[in-house]
Each structure stands twice: as structure tokens, then as C-alpha cells.
Design a protein around this ligand. Structure first.
Ligand code: AMP
Ligand code: MG
Length: 354
């Protein structure tokens, strides 16, 4: 089976082809389609990222225009790299939310057009679920506690009774928004997480005190951002001070996450932690989470940096497992996008863990 996955929730327009084969049951000759018997191969992974001007964030209308302009080239590239034409594709999966409305609509229109013209099944995929499922597929974690840290999410998730349940989350800004908005305040262009990590590495390691706000299993970053921006205003243009602020911001924000994940590990007694989302590319974060996991004899699973952020593979793979579980496909006329589609409202029938 070949699935074309299309991602367009925010800054990235991406398309990927994944080939999936299933094992044949030697007794009755039927194919075994539960997840552990599936074998996936990523045949292509094409992306184009909308880059706002220096100091600006993602403007939904400008980002959607970018997506519309690059969509044909990205699609063509992903099919060429996979060595297939659109007629070979068995199912088309698209990112249906959560995300920015105008951006989501570009991916949905492209997917609907292909599905209706070439008469292919159309599978709507929850973007957050895509991060989680691709993480599990690539790392082979079996029953992890999941940390989803990205531009749109800051969540601790545990699987129970058919759904990923939210054990803790941010009460206001996501960790990606914290990093991006702080970087933009100093004239960087979004996404800034990677640049902030580079600046933090140049710091002498002198910690500047910032608010630390953990409430139960939840975190709050709005006060951290206001304080960091206020401090930045006191010594603008001083690059050493900026590096120390980047270092302090990372230390504070990641320590808050580490505290909540440690509490969740002890609560669930989980032996595996998986971190996914664009912020999972950060080396200091991985260090801190690794230490937290060590203290509880738990193993940290991190997917390759390249797949941490938004991509088409997460949509193609989740589309495959969802479709094979017999649960999901929509008629083109009934296909949808939901800007605020929460992961804990999605039934995950292909996973049987507690
Ligand atoms: P996503 O929404 O999953 O594509 O993730 C995008 C977010 O990841 C943005 O907020 C980026 O600033 C952030 N990000 C990307 N690379 C890094 C990094 N090395 N360290 C911290 N955050 C990062
Ligand atoms: Mg994402």
C-alpha cells in the first residue's frame, strides 16, 4: 500500500509517500493489519517552509499563499523521489487540524482535488497524533509516555482506553511560542528555537533569574516570556547578555517540563518516554529529559531531528494505520478542517495499550 501524506498546518507545506506492507497470516492467508505486523518505508519527504521577515511571526494569510505557490512543486518532487506517479497511490491523507485555518485549507483543497480526480480514499489526520504516531514508528517505543513539544503544542500524553489522554499541558503559550516570540523580540525570524539554542551555547552559563511556573502537571510560560522580554529591553544590542538570556530561558522552560514529566513518570510508572515535536530537536532539552528518565530507570526515545518538526511522513503514516484499522476515510464532500481539533478527542483504534 502507498500513501501520500500532505501537511500544511502552519509554517510548512510538506508531502511524503510511505509504502506499507503487512505480514500474511500463515494459517488463513489473510493479511495481518494490526500495527505490530506492518512494515513501513519512507519513500519521499519533500518540504517547503514559509519564512517570515526578520522579527515577524507566521502571518496565516501569507503562509497560506506560500503553501499554495509551492504545493505543485512539492507534490511533484515527493512523487518523483518516491519513483511513483499519482495513479500508483492507494490513499491520500491530509492534515485536518489543529492549525491555522488558511494554511489547513490549502492542504485540504489539494488533497480533495487529488482524491476526487483520481478516485482515491481520503483520510483526515489529526496533526498532533501524526507527531506521536511517527515518533512511535521510528523509535519502536512500545508503550511510552509522550511529550509533544512544538509550535502548537506543549502536552504530556499517556494512552488509555482508545485515546491519548492529556496528563499535563501549557495553560497559555506553547514552548515553541515562548522561544519564537522571545527570538522575534530580538529581531530573529520565526521559527527561532534553533537560533536560540545556538546563542545559549555561546553563553558563559551565568543564569539570569526568570519566573518558574508549574501548576500541578501544567506549565505556564506567559510570565516567563514577559520577564525575559523586559530584561532584554534593559540591555538591547549586548550580544553576551542576549546569549545569557537565551541560556536562562532554555534552562527555565526545560526545567519546568522536566519537573512535570518526572511527576508523570512516577505517577504512571512508565518505563519509556518519547519526545516529539519541533522543540525535540533541542540538545539541552534532550540532556535534561535524559537525566529525568535516568532517575526513574526509564528510557528516553528521541526521533531523528529531521522528523521532530512538521512533515508529510507523520500524516502519511497515521493515515495508513488509521485507514487499515477500518475506522477512517471521508467522502470528499464531507471532508473537513478543524482549527482546534484536540488529540484527546480522536479515537485511536489501532493501538491496544493501557
Ligand atoms: P513544529 O510545530 O513541530 O514544526 O515545531 C516548530 C517549533 O520547534 C518552533 O517553535 C521552533 O522554534 C521549534 N524548534 C525547532 N528547532 C528547535 C531547537 N533546536 N530548539 C528548540 N526549539 C526548536
Ligand atoms: Mg507540529
Amino acid at each position: 500500500m502507498l500513501c501520500l501524506g500532505i501537511e500544511s498546518t502552519a509554517h510548512t507545506f510538506a508531502s511524503s509517500v510511505i509504502e506499507c506492507s503487512s505480514i500474511v497470516n500463515p494459517v488463513d492467508g489473510n493479511r495481518l493489519t494490526n500495527q505490530e505486523n506492518l512494515h513501513a518505508r519512507i519513500l519521499s519527504d519533500s518540504r517547503s517552509v514559509f519564512l517570515p521577515s526578520e522579527g515577524s511571526g507566521i502571518h496565516p494569510r501569507l503562509a497560506s499563499r506560500h503553501h499554495a505557490e509551492v504545493s505543485a512543486d512539492i507534490l511533484r518532487e515527493s512523487l518523483n523521489d518516491a519513483g511513483h506517479c499519482i495513479r500508483d497511490i492507494d490513499i491520500i491523507a491530509y492534515s485536518a487540524g489543529p492549525g491555522l485555518g488558511p494554511c489547513l485549507r490549502v492542504g485540504a483543497v489539494v488533497s480533495r482535488t487529488l482524491a476526487s480526480f483520481y478516485n482515491k480514499p481520503l483520510v483526515p489526520v489529526n496533526h498532533a497524533l501524526g507527531h506521536v504516531e511517527l515518533g512511535i514508528m521510528l523509535t519502536h517505543a512500545s508503550n511510552p509516555l509522550v511529550l509533544l513539544l512544538s509550535g502548537g503544542h506543549t502536552m504530556i500524553l499517556a494512552f488509555s482506553e482508545n485515546r491519548w489522554r492529556v496528563f499535563g499541558e501549557t495553560l497559555d503559550l506553547t514552548i515553541g511560542q515562548l522561544l519564537d516570540q522571545f527570538g522575534r523580540a530580538n529581531g530573529l525570524s520565526s521559527p527561532c528555537g534553533d537560533r536560540i539554542e545556538q546563542f545559549a551555547r555561546k553563553s558563559t552559563g551565568s543564569y539570569i533569574r526568570l519566573p518558574y511556573v508549574v501548576k500541578g502537571n501544567d506549565v505556564s510560560y506567559s510570565g516567563v516570556l514577559s520577564a525575559a522580554k523586559r530584561l532584554l529591553d534593559t540591555r538591547r544590542g549586548n550580544s553576551e547578555f542576549f546569549a545569557d538570556l537565551c541560556y536562562s530561558l532554555q534552562e527555565t522552560a526545560f526545567a519546568m517540563i522536566s519537573e512535570t514529566i518526572e511527576r508523570a513518570i512516577s505517577f504512571f510508572g512508565k518505563k519509556e518516554v518519547l519526545v516529539v515535536g519541533g522543540v525535540a530537536a533541542n540538545n539541552r532539552l534532550k540532556d535534561m529529559l535524559h537525566q529525568a528518565c535516568l532517575r526513574h530507570s526509564s528510557e528516553l526515545f528521541v526521533l531523528p531531528c529531521k522528523f521532530a518538526g512538521d512533515n508529510g511522513c507523520q500524516i502519511a503514516w497515521t493515515g495508513i494505520v488509521d485507514y487499515l484499522s477500518g475506522h477512517n476515510k471521508v467522502d470528499v464532500e464531507k471532508s473537513f478542517v478543524h482549527q482546534s481539533w484536540r488529540i484527546d478527542t480522536v479515537d485511536v483504534r489501532w493501538r491496544r495499550l493501557t
